[in-house]
Design a protein around this ligand. Structure first.
Ligand code: HEC
Length: 214
């Protein structure tokens, strides 16, 4: 009899415990979306901040997508100061020089590789303006060792950066360093620059024929 009494006591105790447990889990019955009692709310509700959100921390409103401080540039970015105007073009021709002059040899080699990827289809392998696409353009590119023979390095860089007529800008495809590499290679294709006495000779040679036409 005593044994039976013990069993009944155990059953009652278990039922009571179960009841208490259910009362905990069924607390949120009123709101179907409620998760019920949260024993450790921090674990459920992460305090992490979302990217690009506006947050209030200690009374300060923080906008994580803030603009950079005025007058600053991102690391590694070199601003290009010459404007995309005829004046900017002339100024670049006078004042802009290749900052990698000491690395000419290695840069010229890299320039050749870049030229094969970005320029050869219009300008042709020797820079004569006879690339495969050249004929489809309204005006084919002039030869580097012809009309462009004396084009200064600053203007070459400027035109690669902003483009010129049918030639598009290459600024988004090539870093400044890569554009300077190309300048070295274009200069190689230009060949040695004409000296002042050479151009006088050319003028002298042209003048009589022009005069003859008139
Ligand atoms: C879509 C064809 C095309 C591509 C690609 C192209 N060019 Fe040109 N390029 C031209 C044409 C056309 C001109 C002549 C523009 C004019 O003066 O009307 C020109 C002109 C130039 C000039 C002379 C600019 C001046 O100031 O007179 C240089 C230098 C030059 N290109 C270099 C390059 C280099 C380097 C590349 C490769 C990164 C390149 N081009 C890619 C078509 C192209």
């Amino acid at each position: 009899m005593k044994k039976h009494y013990k069993t009944i006591k155990f059953v009652f105790a278990s039922a009571l415990f179960g009841l208490v447990l259910t009362s905990f889990t069924s607390c949120g019955k009123k709101d179907v979306n409620s998760p019920g009692v949260e024993f450790m709310p921090d674990m459920y509700r992460s305090p992490s901040l979302e990217y690009y959100g506006i947050h209030t921390v200690d009374g300060d409103t923080l906008n994580s997508a803030k603009k950079p401080v005025e007058g600053t540039v991102s690391r590694g970015y070199i601003p290009y100061v010459y404007s995309n105007t005829p004046e900017g073009y002339e100024q670049a021709g006078l004042n802009l020089h290749n900052p990698y002059a000491s690395q000419k040899e290695a840069f010229e080699k890299d320039g050749e590789v870049l030229y094969g990827k970005f320029c050869v289809h219009c300008h042709g392998a020797a820079g004569a303006g006879d690339g495969k696409v050249a004929g489809k353009l309204p005006g084919p590119p002039p030869a580097y060792n012809g009309a462009l023979k004396n084009l200064p390095e600053g203007k070459i860089f400027h035109s690669i950066t902003y483009g010129k007529n049918s030639m598009g800008s290459h600024a988004s495809q090539l870093t400044q360093e890569e554009r300077w590499k190309l300048v070295f290679y274009v200069q190689k294709l230009q060949g040695p620059k004409e000296t002042a006495s050479d151009s006088t000779k050319v003028e002298a040679a042209v003048t009589p024929s022009v005069a003859a036409k008139h």
